[in-house]
Design a protein around this ligand. Sequence first.
Ligand code: HEC
Length: 152
Amino acid sequence: MAKRLNLAAPSLIAACALALACVAPLRAVAAEPAVAAEVGSIQQAARQGADIFANDRFGGAATCETCHANGGRTAGKLPNGKEIPSLAGAAAAFPRFVAKRQTVVTLSQQIARCIAGGVQGTPPAFGSPEMVDLETYITSLSKGAVMGQQFN
Ligand code: HEC
């Protein structure tokens, strides 16, 4: 019995080391503090997001509203006059495959792209209060929309 245990010990240690090696990076990520935006309700977060949408320039030249008119509720217009679709229902279609870049893009990544490209500003960190508020607002424009149609 003792001999069997001795034999098992090294492989047990190896297994533990392997398991630790695999778990350690995950734990490091999980231990990173998520910046929790303290709000009283989802409606409050959506209102804050609407305010950011209408007014924040993120250190850049435009606001979301510059292109996405009426808080994104109606069709928008680019500075060159080209029409773009409203953001109503848009959140329900994320994550989305973008064939041109061969990547799957999440809603927050799309928002960050619009801030860096459209607004010409600096996107807030993923998971930051500003980003969470914006995601919440954009998602509120998808109330009742059918999710997952991109998987058809
Ligand atoms: C300079 C113009 C411009 C600005 C400013 C801009 N966007 Fe956009 N946005 C676009 C364009 C163009 C698209 C792609 C439209 C399309 O679907 O063809 C887009 C797409 C999006 C989409 C995805 C829509 C969909 O149907 O998939 C979201 C969400 C979005 N923008 C959010 C934002 C937010 C939030 C801001 C402000 C932080 C912002 N945008 C600022 C031009 C802009």
